[in-house]
Design a protein around this ligand. Structure first.
Ligand code: ZN
Length: 496
């Protein structure tokens, strides 16, 4: 190993030590830490975050990365890792430090005000902060001088290679093909899912969660399931994956599907190749790629009939009275039921992309100047009427429902729908090599994970999403797989 590489790796080790501390404290705050200790924790956390920022943006690290990229004796995979890291660093460094600090402060204030506004159901409390966040985000886009402009910069941040033109085509397809299908379903006899909302004691739900994790071959020595307000995954390292869920006594499936979803995220990081796992590319997968793996677990596998061949008997044993009238067939129909609803995170698989389409259209309008912040709430409500046929009764169930805009995460939403569509294509490719239903029915979930590891997970974030799709599927990204999957599945379910 040459001296430059050695120096680079030492610096990266130091950075990872700070990252470990910051992530662990954050995770602790969101799960088990007592609320009264938050001021003490947050002050120290802010200090650590500042130190981390200094280490990450240090001029020497920047120089080392550039020199290593230029050297002929640098290994090709390391060059790829350095390329992604350099891209990330350049985006950070072009923003003046004073501005960065001011923006970070605004993000925290804005998020707090969003929470208050949501609790009080009053968009007016949040609107001025959102306005400021948008103004400052536009300023950041000015600092980010490069080939890309405006909203495209943000889209590319979350999903390298994506831009307005490509997303427009994707969402056109969704608008054109899925809206009529949903309308047809709305006029069809509806599936009875009332059993889902009976009383399911949480201690029994927890037993079920362990059964599900065992079935999907979750490595309990390298991961743990915790509880939090909103489910999430934090992969501290390859062998330290934390997933969380939220239990509801009157909902049988909410927690189960969030666990399957988060386990999909965790499994991605868990399966990254050892020589990549301790580098920048352990966790720089695009948002769409990461979401493709969680949705693949949750929807494509978890809502498959055969996923439950081994698990449904356990579910029935745990809840004999609640499920007395429910067989596996009725259960599967219920977990796949389509109903237009107000809240994105509770949406079914088919109406979900419309929630994203609405947010995409609004974000695009905000950044091309065709939508003003003061009109946002009305525009939001009008789009829910237009696409989902729903009247939004209040801001908390409307424009205030998501946290994303409060901290300036514009460009993130579209990756949720895109990830679902990647998953359809990955499933198609996997089905050429494996009998997926058979693997599920015969308790061979590990075979599916092996396929995902070999074709996708092992590489971490080494490749762009487009390259990764070609590696796994042998062809370019094609959203038609997603559309076909949804049309076939739901036409059959609703006898259309
Ligand atoms: Zn997710």
């Amino acid at each position: 190993m040459n001296d430059l590489l050695k120096e680079y790796q030492e610096r990266m080790f130091n950075i990872s030590a700070y990252e470990l501390a910051v992530t662990t404290v954050n995770l602790d705050s969101q799960t088990i830490a007592p609320p009264k200790g938050s001021d003490y924790r947050n002050d120290r956390l802010a200090y650590l975050a500042g130190e981390l920022y200094s280490l990450q943006t240090d001029e020497r690290l920047f120089v080392l990365i550039k020199e290593l990229i230029d050297r002929d004796d640098t290994n090709q995979d390391i060059k790829k890792i350095l390329y992604w890291q350099l891209k990330n660093l350049e985006n950070m460094r072009c923003i003046p430090k004073d501005f960065y600090v001011e923006y970070s402060k605004l993000q925290m204030e804005s998020q707090q005000n969003w929470e208050t506004a949501k609790r009080n159901n009053d968009y007016g409390l949040f609107a001025p902060y959102l306005e400021k966040i948008i103004v400052m985000t536009k300023k950041i886009l000015e600092y980010r001088q490069g080939e890309l402009k405006g909203y495209d910069i943000l889209l590319d941040d979350y999903e390298p290679g994506m831009n307005t033109e490509k997303y427009d085509k994707f969402f056109d397809l969704i608008r054109e093909k899925l809206v009529p299908l949903i309308q047809k379903i709305n006029h069809s006899p509806q599936i009875d899912d009332s059993f889902i909302y009976k009383n399911y004691p949480i201690y029994k739900q927890k037993i079920m969660m362990n059964k599900i994790l065992e079935y999907i071959d979750f490595d309990f020595a390298a991961g743990v399931l915790l509880e939090s307000e909103h489910p999430f995954t934090e992969s501290i390292s390859k062998y330290d994956n934390r997933i969380t869920t939220h239990y509801y006594e009157n909902n049988l499936i909410s927690s189960m599907y969030s666990v399957i979803h988060e386990a999909g995220h965790a499994n991605y990081n868990y399966s990254v190749r050892d020589d990549i796992a301790q580098t920048f590319c352990f966790n720089n997968m695009s948002s769409g790629m990461h979401e493709s793996q969680s949705r693949l677990f949750e929807n494509y596998l978890g809502r498959n009939y055969h996923f439950w061949d081994n698990l449904f008997p356990t579910l029935k044993e745990l809840f004999p009275e609640q499920l007395a009238q429910t067989d596996q067939d009725k259960f599967i129909r219920a977990v796949n039921k389509v109903t237009p609803s107000l809240i994105r995170t509770e949406a079914d698989e088919l109406t979900y992309p419309l929630h994203i389409l609405i947010r995409y259209e609004i974000e695009k309008g905000l950044f091309d100047g065709s939508i003003e912040t003061k009109d946002l709430e009305n525009i939001w409500n009008a789009k829910y009427k237009q696409y989902l046929g729903l009247t939004v009764p209040n801001a908390a169930e409307g424009i205030l429902q998501d946290v994303h805009w409060s901290d300036g995460s514009f460009g993130y939403f579209p990756t949720y729908a895109l990830g679902s569509s990647y998953a359809a294509q990955f499933m198609q490719a996997m089905s050429k090599d494996l009998d997926i239903d058979k693997c599920l029915a015969e308790n061979e979930f590990s075979l599916l994970k092996k396929w995902l590891r070999e074709h996708i997970h092992q590489y971490g974030g080494l490749y762009s999403p487009q390259q990764q799709i070609e590696i796994a599927c042998g062809e370019k990204y094609n959203p038609q797989y997603y559309i076909d999957y949804l049309i076939n599945k739901y036409s059959a379910l609703y006898n259309l």
